[in-house]
Design a protein around this ligand. Structure first.
Ligand code: SAM
Length: 231
C-alpha cells in the first residue's frame, strides 16, 4: 500500500456531466482523454485512457483470457463491448453493463447484448454468472475496491471467477475524486475512482473472501488476476 489520496467530494459517475469528454472521445475515436485527480494541473497529469483500444477488437491476451473463463460472462463497465463480442465468439453467454449511454449505444449498434446501468443496480442473473470482468482498470469503479469486489462476489455463482486487471504499477493504491479532461480542456464532473496494483489488489481480495485462481500477463505489462468465491 503506497499513497492513498482521499479527496472525495462528489458522487457522480464516470465521465458524465461537464461537457462529456468521454462521450466525445468514444464518438470521435481519439485517445486524448486523461483521467486525473480533480483539479490536477498540467497536460501530463493523470493517465491517458486508451479509447481506441476500447473501440477496437479484443487483443490476443484478452481473447486468450476469455477463452479460459467459466461462462456465462458479465463484463462490468464494458464500454463499446469488445470483451462481450470476444466472449460470444468464444461460445459463452455474455452481457455487458455500462453507465455510459454513448458506450452502450455503440455496443447496441453492433447488436451486442449490453445494457445501460450501474454495477450497483439490480442486474439480470445475479448469482448465476460464471465470470465477472473488471478489465481496463475497472476495479476503479465507485472508488471503493472492497465494495466493488463484494458486489462482484454477489453477481457470480459459487466458485465463479472475478477477473481484475491490475494497475501496471504493482504498488499503486490510490483512491481519488477523478475527472476526465480532454485536449481542448473539456472537463467532466468529478466521480470517485481507484487505481489498484497487484499488491493492494491481493489485500482487497483477501478481505473480500476471494482466492486467487489464475493470472495472465501480457508482454506489454498488462496483468489480469482471476479470483474465485470459495466453492
Ligand atoms: C476505464 S473505462 C473501461 C472501458 C471498457 N472496459 C471498454 O472495453 O471499453 C470504464 C468504463 O466503466 C464504465 N462505468 C463507470 N462506472 C460504472 C458503474 N458504476 N457501472 C457500470 N459501468 C461503469 C464507464 O462508463 C466506462 O465505460
Amino acid at each position: 500500500v503506497t499513497d492513498i489520496i482521499r479527496t472525495r467530494t462528489t458522487s457522480g459517475t464516470f465521465g458524465a456531466g461537464g461537457d462529456e469528454p468521454y462521450h466525445r472521445a468514444l464518438r470521435d475515436g481519439h485517445d486524448a482523454v486523461r483521467l486525473r485527480p480533480k483539479g490536477a494541473r498540467g497536460s501530463d497529469a493523470g493517465t491517458l485512457l486508451p479509447v481506441s483500444r476500447y473501440l477496437g477488437a479484443a487483443t490476443r491476451i484478452e481473447r486468450r483470457l476469455i477463452g479460459e473463463l467459466p461462462g456465462p460472462v458479465l463484463d462490468i463497465g464494458c464500454g463499446p463491448g469488445r470483451m462481450v463480442a470476444a466472449a460470444l465468439h468464444a461460445g459463452h453467454g455474455a452481457l455487458g453493463i455500462d453507465v455510459s449511454a454513448a458506450a452502450v449505444a455503440l455496443a447496441v449498434d453492433q447488436r451486442l447484448p449490453v445494457i445501460e446501468g450501474s454495477v450497483f443496480d439490480r442486474l439480470p442473473r445475479e448469482g448465476l454468472w460464471g465470470s465477472a470482468l473488471l478489465i481496463d482498470g475497472n476495479i476503479g469503479i465507485g472508488g471503493a475496491p472492497m465494495r466493488l469486489l463484494r458486489r462482484c462476489a454477489e453477481l457470480v455463482a459459487l466458485g465463479g471467477w472475478i477477473v481484475v486487471e491490475a494497475h501496471q504499477d504493482a504498488t499503486r493504491n490510490t483512491l481519488i475524486d477523478g475527472e476526465l479532461v480532454d485536449a481542448s480542456g473539456g472537463t467532466s464532473a468529478a466521480f470517485p475512482w481507484a487505481e489498484v496494483g497487484e499488491a493492494a489488489l491481493r489485500g482487497y481480495a483477501r478481505r473480500a473472501g476471494l482466492e486467487p485462481v489464475h493470472d495472465w500477463r501480457s508482454p506489454g505489462g498488462r496483468v489480469f488476476v482471476a479470483y474465485s468465491t470459495r466453492s
